[in-house]
Design a protein around this ligand. Structure first.
Ligand code: FAD
Length: 404
């Protein structure tokens, strides 16, 4: 592999491919590597958040996605810990995908990967193993090919898009985020079709939930998500929670019976740690490597792509200035937190609130009986202000006056 690149991006998921595509547009010579061969699966709920759509538009990727028959999110049903259902109709928007859409990751990531592979040099079956200090201007990236061959690629800048357990971040001395969720996914074939997304705040998972997300191909993505600390330690088993969650669901009304068509698989979802640096000398972290998963919803794809876009911009500035040291790259941390910090803070507050079943039941009862805050909930995914209003006691006090 030649070594005359400005930037090597490690990991070709949504964060890495977005970084590579934007960096290429900025005129940088980019190499993208991944340890897996594509198409490759990724354990996920397969909900692509609305935040991703404008980025996909900018990158010219909406057409190939629409050609796959992706399913815009229109309706959802939340169920409170006591079993109170709340039906939500998402606000109409144009294009409808701005509310988010369903697309299996096998296909979504392949669309991104194919676009990146057409535009930048791309190698799969290549694992990054760590960084070796060189000089002020460059760093060595140690890689191992599937054949077993090892080499060191020397570049000014590396972007770690290597996912939730980022080896590169760890090797660069950046500790993992102190906060994480865990979640499972199993594909099932339902006997009756429905386009409604289900999210149930089932008590053993709080503040997490079990989900039932219909896919465009007729299958359903079923999974559970919760705080890591709820399942770590002796006796804790996420797989068992998944099995219990869906065994119970089979007997509840409104959810169709289904046949499993894939194994139960789980993975970690690192959530933001504002104290943790997202850059080091010659290194930027994006996506799950930067721990950008929403602490309440568990969505990370939109933030992964946004971080890739910002990282590409800072990479160009750094290379132009000949400054790939941590002081210069810190502007990436600042820009990212400036865009996302308040949203993440609200999500952490929702996560704390979600630990109290009585409170959740109370809120859902109020929401089912009054239209105003329900609209707030429906708009939560697209409008941060709606989230803020939902968390404000004034919303409920005003409501109480009105209802009472
Ligand atoms: C069960 C579950 C459900 C979820 N549901 C949703 C959802 O519905 N919506 C949503 O928005 N988010 C969801 N998420 C989170 C979402 O999957 C992640 O936020 C998203 O995949 C992050 O993208 P990424 O590009 O940072 O990392 P990844 O998609 O994990 O990509 C990382 C890439 O790096 C490669 N790699 C890793 N190590 C190396 C190495 N050393 N060398 C070379 N390559 C390497 C991997 O092969 C992989 O291709 C879910 C997560 C889980 C676990």
């Amino acid at each position: 592999m030649k070594s005359s690149y400005d930037l090597i991006v490690v990991g070709a998921g949504p964060a890495g491919t977005t970084t590579a595509l934007y960096a290429h547009r900025q005129g940088l010579r980019v190499l993208l590597i991944d340890k897996k061969s594509f198409p490759r699966d990724k354990v996920c709920g397969d909900v692509i958040p609305g935040r991703a759509w404008p980025i996909l538009q900018e990158l010219g990727l909406t057409e190939p996605l629409e050609a796959l028959g992706i399913l815009p999110l229109r309706e959802a049903r939340l169920v409170s810990p006591a079993g109170i259902p709340l039906h939500l109709q998402l606000p109409p928007c144009s294009p409808p995908y701005l509310n988010g859409f369903m697309c299996p990751r096998l296909q979504f990531d392949q669309v991104l990967f194919r676009a990146a592979a057409e535009q930048v040099n791309c190698y799969t079956g290549v694992t990054a193993r760590g960084l070796l200090p060189r000089d002020d201007q460059r760093v060595g990236l140690q890689v191992r090919h599937r054949s077993g061959k090892e080499e060191v690629l020397v570049v000014p800048l590396v972007v770690a898009a290597d996912g939730a357990h980022s080896q590169l971040a760890r090797k660069a001395g950046l500790p993992p985020s102190r906060f994480r969720l865990v979640a499972t996914r199993q594909y099932v074939q339902p006997l009756h079709q429905s386009a409604v997304l289900e999210a149930h705040f089932w008590p053993p998972l709080l503040p997490g939930y079990r989900w039932w997300f219909p896919l465009p191909d007729g299958r359903v993505n079923a999974g559970v998500g919760t705080l890591y600390r709820r399942v770590k330690g002796p006796g804790g088993s996420l797989r068992r929670l998944h099995q219990r969650a869906f065994a119970e669901l089979e007997t509840s009304p409104g959810v169709p019976p289904a046949r499993a068509v894939s194994p139960i698989q789980g993975w970690h979802l690192p959530t933001p740690d504002f104290r943790r640096p997202l850059s080091a000398d010659h290194l930027l972290l994006v996506g799950d490597a930067a721990a950008l998963v929403d602490p309440f919803t568990g969505g990370g794809i939109g933030n992964a792509m946004l971080s890739g876009k910002l990282a590409a911009r800072v990479a160009r500035q750094a290379l132009e200035a000949g400054r790939t040291d941590r002081q210069f790259l810190n502007r990436y941390d600042q820009q990212l937190w400036q865009q996302l910090r308040s949203e993440f803070r609200l999500a952490y507050r929702l996560q704390r609130l979600g630990k109290y079943p009585v409170l959740l039941n109370w809120i859902v009862r109020r929401l089912t009986s009054n239209r105003i805050p329900q609209t707030l909930l429906e708009e939560m995914s697209t409008h941060p202000l709606a989230r803020r209003a939902l968390l404000s006691p004034a919303t409920y006090l005003g409501l109480r006056k009105k209802v009472g």
